[in-house]
Ligand binder design. Structure first.
Ligand code: SAM
Length: 262
C-alpha cells in the first residue's frame, strides 16, 4: 500500500516512520511512504505557501495554489515532479481489486478517526494525506481537492503532521503481512469491544499473581475468561460501544448471558 504525505515539515516524519513496525513494513515492501514538501510546489520567488485571511483576523491560511499543484502532480498518472523521497514504481498492492486513491485532509473539525475507518482505509491502494498548518487550509482546497477529512480527536494540535502519523500507523499495521493477523483481529475496537487484560512472566509480582486460568493450559477456559474480561472492561469503560457492537453482530447469545451476570 502506498502513502503520500503532503507537508510543510517533512523532517518531522523521521523517527515515527523509520522505526519499528513501519520501518520493517517498508523494508519488506508491504508499505511505501512518500513525503512531499508543499513548498516545492509554490511558484513565486519566495515559495510562499500561506497568506493572511480574507476578512482579517489572527493567523495565516495555507494557500490553495501550492496544494492544488502538489496534489495534481502527485495524482497525475505520469508525475512530472519528483517526490522528496524516491519513487518505487512496483509498490505492492495489498488488495488488487481495491479502489485506487483516497485523498484525506487532517482536520480537527472532520469526522473522528476510528478503527473502523483505519480498516476501511487499509483497503485502498493509496492514501494521500494533506497536513494543514496555521489556521488551516483555504476552504477551496477542502471543497475541490479532498475526498475525506479526518480528525484524530476533539482538540487542536499545531499541524496535521502528527495526525497523519497516527493515521499512517493505524492503517499500515492492518495491511496484510505487516503484523500477525491474530494480533490485529483481537484488538480493542476491532471486534467491537475493548480487549482483555494481558499478563506475562513472572507468574507472581509483589504479591500479585496472574489469574490462575491463564497458567492452567486450558485453552477453552482461557478463551472464555478473555471474552468475559473483554465484556467487563467494555462495560466499565465504554458501555456506549455495546450498541454498535450489537448492531454489527459482534455480540453472541453467550455474551449477552455473560453481560447479564456482570
Ligand atoms: C492549528 S490547526 C488549525 C485549527 C483550525 N483553525 C480550527 O480551529 O479548526 C492547524 C492544522 O493542524 C491539523 N490539526 C489540528 N488538530 C487536528 C486534529 N485534532 N485532527 C487532525 N488534524 C488536526 C489540521 O491539519 C489543521 O489544519
Amino acid at each position: 500500500m502506498r502513502f503520500d504525505i503532503l507537508t510543510l515539515f517533512p523532517g518531522m516524519f523521521t523517527g515515527p516512520l523509520t522505526e519499528s513496525i513501519l520501518k520493517r513494513a517498508q523494508q519488506a515492501g508491504l508499505v511505501d511512504i512518500h513525503l512531499h514538501h508543499i513548498r516545492n510546489y509554490a511558484t513565486d520567488r519566495h515559495h510562499t505557501t500561506d497568506d493572511t485571511p480574507y476578512g482579517g483576523g489572527a493567523g495565516m491560511v495555507m494557500k490553495v495554489e501550492p496544494l492544488a499543484a502538489a496534489l495534481r502532480t502527485i495524482l497525475s498518472p505520469a508525475p512530472s515532479g519528483a517526490p522528496d523521497t524516491p519513487d518505487t514504481p512496483d509498490t505492492p498492492v495489498a488488495h488488487p481489486d481495491a479502489p485506487p486513491t483516497l485523498v484525506l485532509l487532517m482536520s480537527p473539525d472532520g469526522p473522528l478517526f476510528t478503527q473502523a475507518m483505519a480498516e476501511e482505509f487499509s483497503h485502498w491502494q493509496r492514501l494521500v494525506l494533506v497536513c494543514g498548518r496555521y489556521e488551516g487550509v483555504d476552504e477551496r482546497v477542502r471543497t475541490t481537492l479532498i475526498d475525506r477529512e479526518v480528525s484524530i480527536g476533539e482538540y487542536v494540535i499545531t499541524g496535521g503532521e502528527l495526525a497523519a502519523m497516527v493515521v499512517v500507523d493505524a492503517v499500515a499495521r492492518l495491511v496484510p503481512g505487516v503484523l500477525d493477523e491474530a494480533s490485529t483481529t483481537e484488538e480493542s475496537y476491532s471486534g467491537g469491544l475493548l480487549e482483555y487484560p494481558h499478563y506475562t512472566r513472572p507468574a507472581e509480582w509483589e504479591g500479585q499473581p496472574v489469574p490462575p486460568v491463564l497458567v492452567s493450559g486450558h485453552h477453552a477456559e482461557v478463551a472464555k475468561w478473555r471474552r468475559l474480561q473483554s465484556l467487563r472492561r467494555t462495560l466499565q469503560r465504554r458501555p456506549d460501544l455495546f450498541v454498535r457492537a450489537a448492531a454489527q453482530g459482534f455480540l453472541t447469545l453467550d455474551d449477552i448471558k455473560l453481560l447479564t451476570s456482570l
